[in-house]
Design a protein around this ligand. Structure first.
Ligand SMILES: *[C@@H]1O[C@H](CO)[C@@H](O)[C@H](O)[C@H]1NC(C)=O
Ligand SMILES: *[C@@H]1O[C@H](CO)[C@@H](O)[C@H](O)[C@H]1NC(C)=O
Ligand SMILES: *[C@@H]1O[C@H](CO)[C@@H](O)[C@H](O)[C@H]1NC(C)=O
Ligand SMILES: *[C@@H]1O[C@H](CO)[C@@H](O)[C@H](O)[C@H]1NC(C)=O
Length: 246
């Protein structure tokens, strides 16, 4: 079976190219010639002609500028890897935000520093609010789970996943801190079994399943943790767009 893909692209449309060094500055400008479709690649002020006829296909299109820095990735017109990375980058650099929604999923960047966005006043601001009404934050996820648990009387799970060094443990800690404040048991939580690995100087050595029990009024009545040994290599491949990763 042949698959035919039809694009409608205006002249001058911008796209992404997988350049490891300066992907941000490289744009293709689609040129529609008399007989052929060409893309003119402007990269470091040099023009290169690049045919986009099959089988090469069209490179991933850039989103309109107005969507730059959207707080929910699903709002993007074109949703592909370079669009996601670019949007996360813009949010991090221009909006100083490490958090972005992808619908009910929260995407977190590790800022490699302690940010002043976890204080009591921030917890107060998120308490009782709908996830959709609030800027993305780990507390909005915690609040959503907490309220749904109380309202629907159903157990809730929060899955925190990501590669080594992506701040999963820290995210789990802030989530538990939120529950502790909500459940009237604010105490220090501390990490156990951390180790230095090639990709992370302070890596958790165990996967953890943490269960927190709440009483009828949403107060914490108990908690326990099970640990699992992690496999040796958790990174299976490198992304092609590495150049603009933070
Ligand atoms: C991208 O372009 C800006 C100015 O337009 C320049 O300051 C920056 O160094 C360039 N980045 C790369 C990686 O070439
Ligand atoms: C929630 O999970 C706990 C522990 O697994 C279980 O005892 C309890 O019955 C569950 N509650 C509901 C409403 O399913
Ligand atoms: C290592 O990570 C744990 C858990 O996030 C944190 O509590 C601890 O302060 C970190 N240690 C160092 C040296 O950064
Ligand atoms: C680990 O720490 C060393 C020395 O402090 C530093 O040079 C290195 O970049 C760190 N590695 C990572 C992955 O953070």
């Amino acid at each position: 079976m042949n698959i035919v893909t039809v694009f409608v692209v205006s002249q001058g449309a911008c796209v992404w190219v997988p350049d490891p060094e300066a992907v941000q500055n490289a744009s293709y400008f689609i040129y529609i010639g008399a007989n052929h479709l060409y893309a003119i690649l402007l990269f470091l002020n040099k023009e290169m002609e690049y045919p986009v006829l099959p089988p090469v296909g069209l490179p991933p299109l850039r989103n309109p500028d107005i969507l730059e820095g959207e707080n929910d990735l699903t709002a993007l017109t074109f949703l592909h890897e370079p669009a996601v990375l670019h949007n996360l980058r813009v949010r991090f650099l221009d909006y100083s935000s490490i958090y972005t929604y992808c619908q009910i999923v929260l995407v977190v960047l590790n800022p490699y520093e302690q940010l002043p966005i976890y204080g009591e006043e921030v917890i107060d601001a998120y308490s009782g609010q709908d996830m959709a009404d609030m800027e993305p934050h780990i507390f909005s996820v915690a609040e959503e789970a907490y309220r749904t648990m109380i309202r629907e009387e159903k157990n809730q799970s929060i899955i925190i996943s990501g590669e080594s060094g992506s701040s999963k443990t820290v995210s789990a800690k802030f989530t538990m801190h939120y529950f502790a404040v909500m459940g009237g048991a604010a105490q220090q939580t501390s990490a156990i079994g951390n180790a230095k690995t090639t990709r992370n100087n302070n890596s958790s050595r165990f996967g953890k399943y943490i269960e927190i029990g709440f009483g009828r009024r949403g107060d914490i009545i108990g908690a326990n943790m099970r640990t699992y040994l992690l496999e040796k290599s958790r990174v299976v491949f490198q992304v092609l767009w590495e150049g603009i990763c933070l």
